[in-house]
Design a protein around this ligand. Sequence first.
Ligand code: SF4
Length: 666
Amino acid sequence: MCETVCGNRVLGRESAGLPWVRVSPASVFPALEPLLPRVSKPVQYVGGELNAQAKPWDAAAVHWALMYPDAYEVGLPNQGVMILYEVLNERADALAERCYAVWPDLEALMREHGVPSFTVDQHHPVGAFDLLGVSFSTELGYTNLLTTLDLAGIPLHARDRDESHPVVVAGGHAAFNPEPIADFVDVAVLGDGEEVVGDITDVVREWKTSGTDRRELLRRLANTAGCYVPALYEVSYDTEITGVTPVDGAPATVQKRTTTDLDEWPYPKAPLVPLAETVHERASVEIFRGCTRGCRFCQAGMITRPVRERSLEGIGAMVDSAVRSSGFDEVGLLSLSSADHSEIADITKGLADRYEGTNTSLSLPSTRVDAFNIDLANEISRNGRRSGLTFAPEGGSERIRKVINKMVSEEDLIRTVSEAFAQGWRQVKLYFMCGLPTEEDEDVLEIAGMAHRVIQAGRAASGRNDVRCTISIGGFVPKPHTPFQWAAQAHPDVVDARLRKLREAVNSNRKLGKNIGMRYHDGQPSLIEGLLARGDRRVGAVIERVWREGGRFDGWSEHFSYDRWVSAAAAELEPLGVSLDWFTTRERGESEILPWDHLDSGLERDWLWTDWQDALSEREQDDCRWTPCFDCGVCPSTGTDIEVGPSGTTLIPLTVLNPVGRELGA
Ligand code: SF4
């Protein structure tokens, strides 16, 4: 019998040409349990949350381990993982279990005691699954993938894996340039996951009965829409990339998947309720996907086009299902810019009516100044706390806001916050970025003036002195598939110096400055994120070296080591004639082949280049929801169209839950 054993993983067949069979693995919990009293927050590793699922292993033909490559407290609320977990488990032929990155204290004990990577649902060893799907929201999770692979006994390099190993599938926004992790993943999935996970399941199920080898499986996956198999593309270099050549029948380009008619995909239906503290403790309902505002820095907006709204009826049903199944007392109405839903006023009023007098409150985690109005804010807070309003002007000066296409005037902002302060709000939070293309010190220093005027307007409107404004500033990272993909990233020294001057400018007026809080992260992690975001396959060796030298949880400031990344980049890149600076602070030319050019987000490259030139000329671009199409390319290339209301539906008719008992709906 041909057989491979790793931990509890057993896969084999009697001889070539016969089906691959996975034997039901034993739980690793008996080995894990004695270690748990010795680690921090052990409850995060035990599973059994409300709405968790535990299907019988043998009933499924295809087994998925779904990983969020960060700690449980960050990973559990992730919507992408929750959606795929439900979608897959609804299939009779599939089983999905979750896993998260283990903290270094448990990692050390697992190595000492030979405990492999495990899922939290049934503590099956990750190596026993057919597929390991990893959702990357941020590139700084790459080193955590390597820890999981290594602890699972899965070879780090895809080329060293055989039929007995899981297929490692990367998804999420970072997968739109998976080249830095091309050595470590078998497949990268571009775009929405709801449908493609089903297609991959079909391919793997059929392959398992075919008796063919892993290469054949990769070939089949490479010809599945939305799936990119890096091993089937050869990349040549001469400092810059000179060519990307598909081999073995792989397509020349891979196009993203786009799920249309979101009402058909009302997931998650039953959100997971965490056992341990997590970053968000609320149910989330995605009210639309995509954004065509055209903010030039925003990768999420660009790669999720076009806009697809859920109907009021669909949203009402999802909120009801989420609240009933989870017992959460807060529902977040999620999207990239929630106040932009064409029926947002009806949604918020309807939901506020429905839950008035109950413990259920609403939140709009992402809003824009110009779409937001105080009626909306009042509806949202009717049943909850008035903790503060958050807006994201992103740029301090009018000029830089034209460069980034964030069409928010200071006048709009001041008018909105004045109204909010007049109606009893006491605090606003403003988000900005530093290090934007063409940015000078003056652009950043204007943030101080804006914050001062917010305090003055707030005092005038409220008649009180205790109004507060917090400015929160992040370092800008140019991302693939955006008009800024060609831009030079600012060096951390430049960003840090500008932020020091900004702090001085905020405090130059002590009477106003004392009511202004300032939060920022130093620029060094942003530079590394930039390396990983726009890197090519040569960056894989840097990731591996950092990981071998102890790099873990790079998204956490207490674990991140800039020096470790800088020295690994010098060791691995400079012998090849490139460097950390080459990948980050260098502006690219129009004709340069970018590492992700063969991965199609739907956006025309020419359109992106023109938009980049418009940015440099400080020319703005409208939102195609309300103006004629400006030919970004997404709708024709993906066979989709914008899907916006009015939907002609109402919230599902439910009895209002409060004692007054008004009727809602049709
Ligand atoms: S193709 Fe036109 S309508 Fe579709 S997202 Fe692009 S600009 Fe908007």
